[in-house]
Design a protein around this ligand. Structure first.
Ligand SMILES: *Cc1c(COP(=O)(O)O)cnc(C)c1O
Length: 353
């Protein structure tokens, strides 16, 4: 496959899933694999299932539709609050959705009744990160109204931290979620089968705590796909970080002066960090750009330094490497770079198992 391309190692994804599933099982916690960064790839989803995740989740119902069509055999959860305009798709392609709005629940209920399905609802609680969630003081009241919505089943409570403001999912936050789960059960006379503690940022807490309380599920994306935890972006012990590799092709390789010349104003994407050094550098240009990948999220091979990126050109200093036109160079990606690369129609995705 010609570059630029993303090489996707499904064995690495299965390995990472298996290690996390096994470690969390010791704590009584199941894993829902979050594949939103993989755009509904059935290969990535299957690797997660092979690694033991008990469900799959995505923030886009279109991706879940793709997984549904591919015949994925585990329950599918929509992890972003459904758009009112998409409730019919949601009850068709997801068994579960995470919810915070009464109006959306009303519409989901009507859609479920129309199509004769039962749709499960996990209510999300705001615990301080200020993205989605019902205020803790309101969650019992909202839960009480669920009985009046035919076609919907209240199955769980969840929260999401560390995504908007970097609020750490620690013992205090998880204890509060557990307490609220107990309150909802007592007030509504239901048993919640899911208490979803959060995302990959919860792993530090989950692995070190002696008391998971009611938390029995985590929704894991980044840790499975990249082997890192999002709080400090450390590599998780034993996990592989090479599941995704961006391969780009050299279209120019020349000795160039280290410093630009002429009056300096803004470049195509604003002010650029000044070039360092003097004399000449071996500069190469790769045919990939900001349209395809986040320039701050790529790591070149050792000995090669990224100098800058415009829409369609990535300029690197290749140091002592002997690089010629037509050569391929491989880059590691962080989550931000991965998401954009997966979404670029110019980047081929090559999965191997
Ligand atoms: C993206 C997302 C996740 C997964 O987060 P990771 O940090 O990739 O593990 C979990 N829950 C929700 C609601 C999300 O939006």
């Amino acid at each position: 496959m010609t570059p630029p391309r993303l090489d996707i190692d499904l064995a690495a994804i299965a390995h990472n899933s298996r290690l996390l599933v096994d470690r969390l099982a010791l704590k009584g916690i199941r894993v829902t694999g979050i594949c939103k960064a993989a755009l509904g790839s059935s290969g990535v989803a299957a690797a997660m299932v092979q690694g033991g995740v008990t469900g799959l989740g995505d923030s886009r119902v279109e991706n879940l539709g793709r997984l549904r069509t591919a015949g994925v055999a585990v329950p599918l959860t929509l992890i972003r609050s459904p758009m009112l305009s998409q409730v019919d798709l949601v009850v068709r392609d997801a068994e579960v959705s995470l919810n915070t709005e009464a109006a959306v629940l009303d519409a989901l209920s009507a859609a479920a009744v129309r199509t004769g399905v039962t749709h499960s609802v996990v209510l999300m609680v705001e615990l301080g990160d200020l993205r989605e969630g019902v205020a803790a003081v309101d969650v019992v009241d909202l839960a009480r109204t669920m009985g009046k919505r035919p076609g919907l089943l209240l199955t769980g409570l969840g929260t999401n931290l560390a995504c908007q403001c970097g609020v750490v999912p620690d013992q205090r936050k998880m204890d509060e979620l557990s307490r609220l789960a107990g309150e909802v059960e007592a007030a509504c006379g239901v048993v919640l089968s899911v208490v979803s503690g959060g995302n990959s940022a919860n792993l530090d807490w989950a692995m070190s705590t002696g008391d998971v309380g009611r938390v029995d599920e985590l929704r894991l994306g980044e840790s499975i796909l990249l082997g890192t935890e999002p709080l400090h972006r450390r590599v998780i012990d034993g996990l592989r970080t090479d599941a995704f590799t961006l391969v780009a092709e050299v279209i120019e390789a020349k000795l160039k002066p280290a410093q630009p010349w002429g009056d300096i104003a803004q470049a195509a994407f604003g002010d650029q960090p000044p070039r360092e050094g003097a004399g000449t550098v071996r500069q190469a240009i790769l045919a990939v750009g900001r349209q395809d990948v986040d320039p701050d999220g790529i790591t070149p091979p050792p000995g090669i330094v990224a100098l800058g990126m415009s829409s369609d050109h990535l300029v690197v200093d290749v140091g002592d490497h002997d690089v010629s036109v037509g050569d391929e160079l491989a880059f590691q990606l962080d989550y931000s770079a991965l998401v954009r690369a997966m979404t670029s129609p110019f980047i081929a995705k090559v999965e191997r198992s």
